[in-house]
Design a protein around this ligand. Structure first.
Ligand code: FMN
Ligand code: SF4
Length: 402
């Protein structure tokens, strides 16, 4: 943020909380709205902002009402508004309610929405600290961040650093959901072991089942399998070393009975629905990935879908090169290392609903999906022509003389 306030500065509190698996901000507001308001006022003072906007997700009806009432009380007591407690400092706070769109949680999408435009992320740079809400320098912080401010100001930075690790100091609210005995919000020091979170804090796996996978940071980060979870420390570096990201620390736990393909399909479908539509790879890619994953889920996977999974990487890569860059890319990286396993399970256990059809080379009747693809690989060693030219028709064109 510019040091000299030649223009108005804004503080934006992000209370959109729409990442699947995240449910901490609404609880912080519900149970202690004044803690957040105090944090907002201190942070606004620090960056010389005279106005704070708290952007609340549209569906948070009760939470927003609680916050609005707390704000009314704060104004009545002189803790907010003009000349706060005779200090000569003016800070106004506005509670703004969105219309309930995932992408408005992204800071620049939030700003567009706040300004009354479509909630679509902006190209960066310029970054919000230079050109933010209403074209003015702005800082965006999450509810959890701002709620921690009064405590850090009261006790000091060193006090806060007594928890966590050197590189990731402090505490984090972990939203744990899924197949554990005691799901919920838990405030723990950063660096806490993931297995201890599941076993000790959350009472272990539901029904004594084995752990299959964990999404450690909300639905837009890669899935960790059970092996990767063992020894994973829940801080920014630890989760990255394990192959994922801590993100918003929403830990989704899945047991051995979970169908990973289905889970990934549901998440991709969510991102398809929530895509703001600006970027073609995201708009088209998430829709196609949903279709492909649905086919795999239902046991109708075909040879093209193997290529389409690779296309998933392409969607991710394109989104990464896009300046807007948001969570939609990561979802396609979710579970490549699960797919073979899941696909084999399907081969063993889940019957394809379509009738087997005769192979054009050897007349053997083979099932659709992966079994058909495998059969073609064995029956037709020169599968280059098949892959290059497409589905079964090309296979027939290249069948050997008998
Ligand atoms: C697609 C997308 C969705 C996001 N949704 C949220 C959200 O719902 N709430 C939130 O606080 N931050 C969300 N963020 C992160 C914000 O852009 C921003 O980085 C964050 O509010 C900064 O807060 P912090 O630095 O205090 O954690 C999202 C980011 C992306 C890319
Ligand atoms: S990646 Fe998707 S959600 Fe993000 S800006 Fe592009 S189209 Fe919108």
């Amino acid at each position: 943020m510019p040091k000299e306030p030649t223009k108005p500065h804004y503080l934006l509190c992000n209370a959109d909380e729409s990442e699947p698996g995240t449910f901490k901000d609404r609880e912080l507001i519900r149970w202690d709205p004044h803690q957040l308001l105090e944090g907002c006022l201190i942070a606004a003072y620090a960056i010389r902002a005279k106005h704070v906007y708290v952007y609340c997700r549209g569906e948070f009806f009760e939470t927003t009402q609680i916050l609005a009432k707390a704000l009314e009380d704060a104004y009545a007591k002189g803790y907010a508004g003009k000349d706060i407690m005779g200090s000569g400092v003016d800070v106004d706070v506005t509670v703004h309610v969105g219309a309930g769109a995932y992408i408005c949680g992204e800071e620049t999408g939030l700003m567009n929405s706040l300004e009354g435009r479509r909630g679509q992320p902006r190209v960066k740079p310029p970054f919000p600290a230079a050109v933010g809400a209403f074209g003015m320098p702005s800082t965006v912080n999450n509810v959890e961040t701002l709620s921690a401010v009064p405590h850090i100001v009261t006790h000091g930075g060193q006090w806060y650093r007594q928890w966590g690790t050197e590189k990731s100091p402090g505490t984090k609210l972990f939203c744990v959901s899924g197949h554990v005995n005691k799901p919920g919000n838990y405030e723990l020091p950063l660096g806490f072991p993931l297995t201890d979170l599941i076993e000790d804090v959350c009472g272990g796996m539901r029904g004594g089942k084995a752990l299959k996978a964990v999404i450690p940071g909300g639905s837009s980060v890669p899935i960790l399998n059970a092996e990767e979870c063992a020894g994973c420390a829940l801080d920014y570096e630890g989760v990255q070393a394990a192959g994922s990201q801590l993100g918003c620390a929403s830990v989704i736990v899945m047991d051995e009975g979970t169908d990973i393909v289905k889970q990934v399909r549901r998440m991709v479908q969510f991102y398809m629905h929530e895509s703001c539509g600006q970027c073609t790879p995201c708009r088209e890619g998430t829709a196609w990935m949903t279709k492909v994953l649905r086919r795999i889920e239902e046991g109708h996977r075909n040879r093209c879908d193997i290529t389409n999974e690779k296309a998933g990487d392409h969607v991710g890569d394109r989104a990464r090169y896009d300046d807007r860059l948001d969570g939609h890319d990561a979802v396609v990286e979710l579970g490549p290392h699960f797919f073979d396993h899941e696909e084999n399970s399907r081969e063993r256990g889940v019957e394809c609903s379509r009738e087997p059809s005769a192979c054009a080379c050897c007349d053997e009747r083979v099932d659709h999906g992966l079994r058909q693809s495998k059969h073609i690989d064995e029956c037709l060693p020169d599968r280059g022509s098949y892959l290059n030219r497409g589905p079964f028709a090309s296979h027939q064109q290249t069948r050997p003389e008998r």
